[in-house]
Design a protein around this ligand. Structure first.
Ligand SMILES: Nc1ncnc2c1ncn2[C@@H]1O[C@H](COP(=O)(O)OP(=O)(O)OP(=O)(O)O)[C@@H](O)[C@H]1O
Ligand SMILES: [Mg+2]
Length: 271
């Protein structure tokens, strides 16, 4: 369980103070896909950063898996983050001159894991994301959708229990955006807690629990049934005539990459 108890966050002081979170009380069940929605400036990222121990509270408490975050010193907090949390951001934050493998392995490099072990773990995460054919490419050579898959692989490489994604689809087209949401759901299906900040209500409808923030206050908590989630998924996968909108890129990714051009030509000729 992740618990927020009377959490307040105030940025700045005196006249310039911004009360970004106001007496927030929340209990988040683990293993769920949770979305946080609300207008720009409502406090979504602040809430996310506080849950992810990237920022501290002004008052109140956060308990996460039995750890009281406010009581930890910086070293303990860094250990806590490295062990428990994976982060995904709108702007990816990849190291452009590093390869996909090096980027994905980064959390393990920081944790001091030896090269052979971290490369194996990174290759496994890369394969899960269907981008094995990009392993040795530099991050700067990838498309936005590919970059976000790399950043998702990096977020899961150290096997954290909580994945935080702050507008991960914000820089992607709708096809890649849908794919990222589907990937986050599959990570959740493996028993992880996934917390998604999004402006896209259609995506939020695909999550188990939708939390709406208004002006730093939790205004609404909506639980979705499996049927509602499936209906939301269906609505984004199919058009009004019932035709599949987009080819599922991920399912075909590695397969496509391994088919030599000549085979493709032969298949085409036979058809
Ligand atoms: N580091 C900071 N210093 C001062 N004020 C801040 C800081 N970070 C956020 N704020 C303020 O806190 C409020 C909440 O910001 P936050 O970034 O959490 O909003 P958000 O809901 O994520 O918005 P967006 O959808 O635009 O990303 C805003 O008024 C913002 O200006
Ligand atoms: Mg934000």
């Amino acid at each position: 369980m992740i618990k927020l108890i009377n959490v307040n966050k105030i940025y700045g002081k005196a006249d310039s103070a911004v009360h970004a979170l106001k007496d927030v009380n929340l209990e988040l069940e683990e293993g769920k896909f949770i979305s946080i929605v609300g207008k720009s400036g409502s406090g979504k990222s602040t809430l996310m950063n506080i849950i992810g121990a990237l920022d501290s509270v002004t008052s109140g408490e956060i308990e996460c898996r039995g750890n009281v975050l406010c009581k930890m010193n910086d070293v303990k907090l860094a250990n806590y983050r490295n062990k428990n949390i994976g982060y995904i951001f709108q702007s990816f934050y990849l190291e452009p001159t590093f390869t996909v493998l090096e980027n994905v392995a980064m959390p393990l490099t920081i944790a001091g894991v030896k090269r052979s072990v971290r490369e194996l773990a990174a290759m496994e995460a890369i394969s899960k994301l269907g981008i094995s054919d990009k392993t040795t490419k530099k991050a700067s050579e990838l498309s936005g959708g590919q970059k976000q898959r790399v950043s998702i692989a990096r977020a899961i490489v150290h096997n954290p229990d909580i994945i935080l994604a702050d507008e991960p689809t914000g820089n992607l087209d709708s096809q890649n955006g849908s794919e990222v949401i589907r990937l986050l759901q599959s990570i959740c299906d493996e028993g992880k807690t996934v917390i998604l900040v999004t402006h896209n209500i259609d995506d939020a409808k695909k999550t188990d629990i939708m939390i709406e923030i208004k002006d730093g206050v939790v205004a609404n908590i909506i639980h979705h049934t499996e049927e509602e989630k499936l209906a939301a998924q269906h609505a984004s996968d199919y058009d009004e005539q019932g035709n599949l909108k987009e080819k599922n890129m991920l399912d075909n990714k590695d397969e496509e990459a391994t088919i030599p051009t000549s085979d493709v030509a032969t298949e085409g000729a036979e058809l």
